[in-house]
Design a protein around this ligand. Structure first.
Ligand SMILES: NC(=O)c1ccc[n+]([C@@H]2O[C@H](COP(=O)([O-])OP(=O)(O)OC[C@H]3O[C@@H](n4cnc5c(N)ncnc54)[C@H](O)[C@@H]3O)[C@@H](O)[C@H]2O)c1
Length: 504
């Protein structure tokens, strides 16, 4: 079938729906090396797990516009959101996917070939493990895991069941980044050893911590899944879970797996670092909470909104900076990556635009192009050929890039009560091995927080300094730190257990 635009597809969809009704939906319950029963002219049955902003808006749109896929199910513990997604597809395309609350019900359907997961972070890995066990290929949003153990389990499960598991880090499929990577690899900016990822993205307070009822349409036990079943403490139930560590991973784990991923790729590191340290805080929301401007205000979020993390690889280094208050861009990027070479540097300005400069700031080359659908079609191509090696961001890529953010957050959480003055922070950072100028990066963070716009008083609300944690990159464990090692996983609940690697 020739490729058509989403707009064209939506227009033709009623026709296609009736044509598809006579087609079989391929369900590749196959091991690698077996004949692939997925044929190019067959539509792959898809279940979208998580029908919120990303699930309906992006995954739904992509699978609707792709002539090789058909959405058979939307799954969401919130029946209002799930049913609305089914209605939206029905209105536009003349067929209505089935709604299920529990993904396991859909996974029993042999007409399914693909799970497309855009649920909350704390469900990603378990959904993925269950899906590959049920014989499904998976497209799973970043971060692919909520902790390091989950990433390892998902990688093991993808391998054991020989399934394509694509991480939703779409930058990996954009020509701008692929070409930039080739340019760097061929020495375009000289020797590269250091990259800085940035998430300079304004995030507001999420409201005062309290006790709230989940929406009546939500099966809260199912929503909670692998996390502890505790009362809801944030005013807005959906989306704001990103800023509560039981379910989300803050912006280090939300944006980080995009930019740290590019940083890793461009400087060529495919493993965990030798050490990590993270410092910052959830700062400025006492004075910037628009509703009450109350100094005793406690925001319901408990992840950092300001955080610098240093990953040392011995001969290479990555730094990731999160800023959630007002901030100008840095070297032309706000949410992007700067790769430093001996003969120049490259700035990833956005997901589909990078510029390489020489050391005098003269443009060497510009790299443009990309859109999210390329990553989805890369996945479908791999599924159709039943070949996970074709994926641009397989489970291992996702587990590493998400895993790095988990390592950083572990250092931050362990040091949360270790409040330091700016001088105290300088003292610690002077002793930390890094290819960055640690003091300059700290000073930029301090200037940002204490600026007129942000007005954070670092004497009243000081920075937290996490411990320097040494890592065994092969075993992917911390060296001599039981507390940190305990945080590589979580205590799972009842039926919602992400199994050990040898038990997937
Ligand atoms: N790749 C990207 O550029 C990109 C962009 C936006 C979001 N995302 C990722 O997409 C995911 C969803 O983000 P969002 O903004 O749509 O959040 P959201 O809160 O709007 O939606 C999440 C949905 O998942 C549902 N959910 C929770 N548990 C579930 C379960 N067990 N089964 C099925 N559904 C379940 C929730 O009820 C909710 O409807 C996040 O992991 C986020 O990081 C990726």
């Amino acid at each position: 079938m020739t490729k058509i635009s989403r707009r064209q597809f939506l227009g033709q969809s009623a026709l296609m729906a009736s044509a598809a009704a006579g087609m079989g939906y391929a369900a590749p319950h196959l091991a690698l090396g077996q004949e692939n029963k997925v044929r190019p002219n067959e539509q792959l049955g898809v279940v979208i797990v998580g029908a919120g902003g990303r699930g309906l808006g992006s995954h739904g749109g992509e699978w609707l516009s792709n002539p090789n896929t058909k959405i058979l199910y939307f799954c969401d513990p919130d029946e209002k959101i799930g049913n609305k997604a089914c209605d939206t597809v029905a209105e536009k395309n003349g067929f209505r996917p089935k709604f299920v609350r529990d993904m396991r019900e859909a996974f029993e359907d042999k007409n399914l070939a693909v799970m497309s997961c855009a649920s909350t972070n704390h469900w990603h890995a378990l959904a993925g493990v269950w899906a590959v066990q049920a014989g499904l290929h998976c497209y799973i949003e970043k971060p692919i895991s909520h902790n390091v153990h989950e990433g390892q389990a998902l990688v093991a499960a993808a391998k054991k069941y020989a399934k394509c598991v694509q991480t939703g880090s779409q930058c990996r499929s954009n020509p701008a980044n692929i070409e930039a990577n080739k340019f760097i690899r061929s020495g375009g900016i000289g020797e590269v050893k250091f990259a800085r990822g940035l998430c300079y993205k304004r995030r507001t307070a999420i409201g005062a911590k309290g006790e709230f009822e989940p929406p009546a349409s939500v099966d809260y036990n199912l929503w909670t899944g692998p996390a502890p079943l505790v009362p809801v403490t944030r005013p807005r139930f959906h989306y704001d879970w990103h800023w509560q560590r039981l379910y989300g991973n803050g912006d280090l784990g939300n944006q980080g797996p995009h930019q740290t991923d590019i940083a890793r790729w461009h400087i060529g590191v495919d493993r965990f670092p030798n050490s990590v340290i993270s410092y910052g805080g959830r700062l400025g929301y006492d004075i910037h909470n628009p509703k009450n401007n109350d100094p005793d205000y406690v925001d319901a979020g408990d992840t950092a909104n300001t955080e610098t993390t240093i990953y040392d690889y011995g001969d290479k280094c990555i730094v990731f900076e999160v800023r959630g208050l007002e901030t100008p861009s840095y070297k032309g990027a706000s949410v992007g990556v700067i790769v430093y070479g001996s003969e120049g540097y490259l700035v990833q300005i956005n997901y589909s635009h990078s510029i390489a400069y020489d050391n005098d700031g003269k443009v060497l080359k510009e790299f443009k192009g990309g859109r999210d659908s390329l990553h989805f079609t890369n996945f479908i191509d791999a599924v159709q050929k039943n070949d996970p090696s074709l994926l641009n961001a397989d489970a291992r890529v996702g587990a590493l890039s998400a895993g790095m953010s988990h390592l950083g957050n572990i250092s931050y959480y362990l040091g949360e009560d270790n409040k330091v003055s700016v001088d105290g922070a300088k003292k610690t950072l002077e002793g930390i091995k890094s290819l960055d100028n640690n003091i300059d990066t700290l000073e930029r963070m301090v200037e940002h927080l204490t600026s007129e716009k942000n007005g954070v008083d670092l004497k009243k609300t000081p920075l937290s300094m996490g411990p320097l944690l040494k890592i065994d990159p092969e075993k992917e464990v911390f060296l001599d730190n039981d507390k940190a090692n305990a945080m590589l996983t979580r205590e799972y609940r009842g039926e919602f257990v992400v199994p050990a690697v040898d038990k997937v």
